[in-house]
Design a protein around this ligand. Structure first.
Ligand code: NAD
Ligand code: ZN
Ligand code: ZN
Length: 340
């Protein structure tokens, strides 16, 4: 079968002779309908943060092709999402559905597409039926990015829901795959006023269409002052940084309110001084990773109600390198999905 293999730093190849896996026990073989392209892949490809070789693609959806002999509750042809962070399945965080925070993460590969074989291929082997989430009538091509581009912002927003009341302001930095979904989740689940930031005028127009109340170009040297002019003296109760670069983390620190939540989702290499005088008293800084499987079920609920819609651009598997280049240049709108 065809598969996009990560073979080492800056070395990605589409191979035609990958072996189609055979599920045993509780394993399930998925016929991939769509695999979303996440910016985290670029951190892996460009910096070698995860050991090669493996098949890329950690945002996956498709149809059940074959079931291991002990799987129950599913049948061939069911449309499913693959929950991405694969924990041990036994520790307390895993038992509570937070496999993204499995106690054993440091001694395991992160999951399919991040150390183990992922979904940029015709078929993908999922190690346990416990990692599947049914999507019912949703189109798996449209739904694939729900597993990360929607789940990650959903989880980041959910932990701050008590602060996102109608009198407060939230700043969303980086309106790409994750950020454009974050705007919709904020609109669907909170009453806060939303300020969107990006460095591209096109992305800022897109943000307005998705319901952002205000947009600010974070390339402007007075971006922080522009945001504070909108919020007034109270500043933004929540900042969601989907870039995580030195400049965006600096911006977040300047606009976060006292007792606010400064949430850094992007892996852009920035760092933050957590000290008095650097961020306001009461600030909670967090570095969330992905989300729980139960939260993914809630995200599917939002999508089935039509409250969130991932803007996708479809590409054949063969164009994977071109898609990564477009992503490096910030030229993708919403999420690119590879169709095997
Ligand atoms: P993307 O490429 O789709 O979008 C990035 C967006 O940020 C683009 O719109 C770009 O124009 C904008 N941008 C770039 N520099 C900027 C700046 N200085 N100020 C404002 N906007 C800027 O990326 P994505 O797939 O949405 O991923 C975003 C980040 O989140 C990446 O770093 C990725 O690795 C990370 N990520 C983290 C998790 C997690 O669990 N923590 C999960 C998924 C992705
Ligand atoms: Zn990702
Ligand atoms: Zn675990």
């Amino acid at each position: 079968m065809r598969a996009v293999r990560y073979l080492g730093v800056n070395h990605v190849e589409l191979v035609k002779d990958a072996i189609k896996p055979k599920p045993v026990g509780d394993q399930v073989l998925i016929k991939i309908a769509g695999a979303g392209v996440c910016h985290s892949d670029l951190h892996v490809i460009d910096h070698g943060t995860v050991a090669a070789p493996f098949t890329l693609g950690h945002e996956n959806a498709g149809y059940i092709e074959e079931l291991g002999d002990s799987v129950t509750g599913y049948k061939k042809g069911d449309a499913v999402l693959v929950y991405g962070p694969w924990g041990c399945g036994h520790c307390k965080p895993c038992q509570q559905s937070f496999e993204n925070y499995c106690d054993h993460q440091s001694e395991r590969a992160f999951g399919g597409g991040l150390g183990l074989d992922g979904g940029m291929a015709e078929y993908m082997l999922v190690p346990s039926s416990r990692l599947l989430v049914p999507i019912y009538d949703l189109d798996p091509v449209l739904a694939a990015p729900l597993t990360d581009a929607a789940l990650t912002p959903y989880s980041a927003i959910k932990r701050s829901l008590n602060k996102l009341t109608p009198d407060e302001f939230v700043v969303v930095i980086g309106i790409g795959g994750l950020g454009h979904t974050a705007l919709q989740i904020l609109k669907a689940t909170t009453g806060a006023t939303v300020i969107a930031c990006d460095i591209s005028a096109e992305k800022l127009d897109f943000a307005k269409k998705l319901g952002a109340n205000y947009v600010v170009n974070s390339k402007d040297t007075d971006a922080a002052q522009q945001i504070i002019k909108i919020t007034g003296i109270k500043k933004a109760k929540v900042v969601l940084d989907f870039v995580g670069a030195p400049s965006t983390m600096d911006l977040g620190a300047q606009v976060i309110a006292l007792h606010g939540d400064l949430t850094i989702v992007g892996l852009g290499g920035g760092s933050l001084a957590v000290a008095s005088g650097k961020i306001p008293f009461g600030t909670s800084v967090s570095l969330p990773y992905w989300g729980s499987q139960a939260e993914l079920v809630e995200v599917v609920g939002l999508a089935r109600q039509g409250k969130i819609h991932i803007e996708i651009e479809k590409f054949p598997l063969e164009q994977v390198l071109e898609v990564y280049d477009k992503m490096r240049q910030g030229k993708l709108k919403g999420r690119a999905v590879l169709i095997p």
